[in-house]
Design a protein around this ligand. Sequence first.
Ligand SMILES: [Zn+2]
Length: 315
Amino acid sequence: MDTEVTIVMYHYIREIKSSRFPGIKGLEIKDFKGQVEFLRHNYNIISVEHLIAAIHEGEKLPPKAALLTFDDAYIDHYMHAFPILQNLGIQGSFYVPAKMIIENKVLDVNKIHFVLATMQDVNLLIKQLFKEIDIIRREFELPDNEVLYKTYAITNGKDTGEVMFVKRMLQKVLPQPYRSELVNRMFEEAIGMDEVAFSKELYINKEQMRHMIAGGMHLGNHTYSHPWLNTLSTPEQKMEILSCNKLLEDVGVDMENWTMCFPHGGHNEDTLSILKDLGCKLGFSVKVKVANTKNDNFLALPRLDTNDLPKSLNK
Ligand SMILES: [Zn+2]
């Protein structure tokens, strides 16, 4: 019996080279089309409901099963992925960080992407960061800049060490609230645009969520504010998950079959037991592997990144 399913993860999908932010790291629309074509020829693309039935009711999976997942509720998904998938009768699963839609905020991680995309020279950003860290150090104990740089300026294979240093400092290493304040300031300087307006340009809205459901798409939980769940207490984790479910319910998601995707992949034993208690049917992590319904925990299924697969039929 087939137990393998290749779960593909997507983020930005847009015309990048010809856009206002040609430096943004994402997938060109033509490459998305090419990859979907590749997958249709080499895999059997299934729906989330099919995977739920396979895991919970022993229904058969086709050979070479694949599932398409989209993180962060970008407008890109509504504008570019949804119409392509709908035309082909393929389902995508879209994971929504509720706060961005309800309060028109922009994720820190997205602000950092756009700051990096507008910077000609990442070394200028690192210089600025060092100055800011010197100020934070007056109130907060932090290692020397040189030590920080040595520890965190390490490539992850996709981004250079310099870029990873900026990302790690602004996403995790610097303490709150300094970190978010600094990200906000850098975002305002680089983009010069109001957060609410930018949020409305970047993410889908509730009406679009309803269209996507009516068009056969699956919408799932990506928490309320997109934290690393494994850094939160159990009640905080539960609150993050429930507040997002409220939005999903509001736009008409079938809550008998709700699914979860962990922001940044962050989760722990508490997360899994909360999900179990709340009747979550599937969970997705960012561990890079083809999922196996027999061996992998269904609440923390691994995924492949779009960049791990060919982007056209002929490659
Ligand atoms: Zn995310």
